[in-house]
Design a protein around this ligand. Structure first.
Ligand code: T4K
Length: 411
């Protein structure tokens, strides 16, 4: 454990972690669970049924439906495709209101199919879309709202859905982070017209790449099923515009292996969350994003806000990276400041103060089964050490920045 300023890698000491710690290191089965997965993959090969709604995909879907309480779960190859298909199946047109503070996929999925994302500001406490900021963005061209349950903490669905009902808008949730989360005892996957989960490698349950759309609307489910498979309603009969968003059998087998470890992964994530909480409590200038412990949570993201801490978020990030801790600036700089949206310079761009503040202050820290509470303690000791020597750290960072600029000029 590093205790002295001179122990920091920034000061020339060895990095705390020679094997880097990542945000989103995949949770993978080990031991007997790994053998089981490899046997499943062998059976898939023996069956020669690799995709197009095979038995593993069907099993994965029925487990997701059972765990969420949704009537239908449709497995897809990733959440980005899932969002595109859901938006089309719900007949979204024109403008769709989305949070500016989210992963770029939320906005890109809509733009990719010709819709216009309109960015709403975030709630400073939950970091998800602020329902109070939605109404002023509604125009005659608005057809829906795609809201995100950021960090797995479901957003204020009641307020969003009341507003949507008043204006006749569709609601889809980008639930990429929220598998296994509940709001007021009701699981994510059962809200809005449809919800879309991600099972990307970096998510707490992964299918290598993957996702699922859930809905309790039978007709919508049938349309979604057709749309993920080119619009086919039967052999040779295409009933809708469709794409290829199907999940493979190998991905479903990996997803099922993840579901079998789900409680164990949540326990590991929770232990890390508690370790971060204990070690960062009372540290001025940092606030750990708090989960509602009365609800079901997956704790897959550990999120720190760095404000008036003596060092900026980016300075702290530089310290952590020098120690082999690959913390991430999710979701800097905000979707509205990324292309093609930045150049479009829409009217709402000037008025996203909470998003701007979060984009400048949020740091996602490593967790998951590849990170132990002891490593969390080490990460937090480095954060404390850096912040308690903020002036020296800042000047050291400034001098190494100017040195590398000089080197670049000399080269
Ligand atoms: N909506 C929201 C709100 C989302 O957050 C996302 C995805 C989506 C929609 C779309 O879902 P998908 O279409 O992906 O299903 C990562 C993930 O790629 C992305 O899925 C995720 N959100 C986002 C928050 O994080 P990057 O660009 O940060 O990924 P990358 O490659 O830098 O990986 C993150 C860290 O994980 C790295 O430090 C390395 C480590 N890693 C990654 C992979 C893939 C590993 O150790 N092993 C691996 O196999 O986006």
């Amino acid at each position: 454990m590093k205790f002295r300023f001179s122990d920091l890698a920034l000061m020339g000491a060895a990095p705390a972690f020679t094997e880097e710690l990542h945000v989103g290191r995949p949770n993978v089965p080990v031991g007997a669970a790994r053998d089981k997965l490899l046997n499943e993959i062998a059976s898939i090969l023996d069956r020669r049924w690799l995709s197009n709604g095979g038995p593993k995909v069907r099993e994965f879907e029925s487990k997701i439906a059972r765990l969420t309480g949704a009537r239908h779960a449709i497995a897809v190859c990733n959440a980005t495709q899932g969002l595109q298909v859901a938006a089309r199946a719900c007949n979204l047109t024109g403008e769709v209101i989305v949070p500016a503070f989210t992963f770029i996929a939320t906005a890109h999925a809509l733009s990719w199919i010709g819709l216009e994302p309109v960015f709403a500001d975030a709630d400073p406490l939950t970091h998800s879309i602020d329902p109070e900021q939605i109404e002023r963005l509604i125009t005659p061209r608005t057809s829906g709202i795609v809201a995100t349950h950021l960090w797995g903490e479901p957003c204020r669905v009641e307020a969003i859905e009341a507003l949507a009902a008043r204006y006749g808008l569709q609601v889809i949730y980008d639930a990429a982070h929220a598998f296994g989360s509940s709001r007021r005892g009701r699981m994510a996957g059962t809200f809005g017209a449809a919800e879309v989960f991600s099972f990307h490698a970096t998510k707490f349950i992964n299918a290598f790449e993957g996702g699922a759309i859930t809905t309790s609307d039978d007709e919508l489910a049938a349309r979604l099923r057709r749309m993920i498979s080119f619009g086919f309603a039967d052999y040779d009969y295409v009933a809708d515009l469709g794409t290829n968003a199907k999940m493979s059998e190998a991905s479903a087998a990996m997803g099922l292996a993840g579901l079998a470890m789900m409680d164990e992964i949540i326990r590991a994530n929770h232990a890390n969350y508690i370790a971060y909480q204990a070690a960062l409590r009372d540290l001025p200038g940092v606030r750990l994003f708090e989960f509602d412990e009365r609800e079901a949570r997956n704790y897959q993201y550990i999120v720190l806000e760095v404000n008036n801490a003596g060092l900026s978020r980016d300075q702290l990030l530089a310290v952590l990276w020098s120690e082999g801790i690959r913390a991430r600036r999710y979701f800097y700089p905000g979707c509205h400041r990324m292309e093609p949206y930045a150049s479009a310079a829409r009217r709402e761009a000037e008025s996203l103060p909470v998003t701007e503040c979060l984009a400048a202050s949020v740091l996602a820290l490593p967790t998951g089964t590849a990170v132990s509470p002891a490593q969390v303690a080490e990460i937090c000791a480095i954060i404390r050490l850096a912040l308690s020597h903020a002036d020296e750290v800042a000047s050291r960072l400034a001098s190494s920045a100017s040195q590398s600029a000089e080197l670049r000029v000399a080269a």
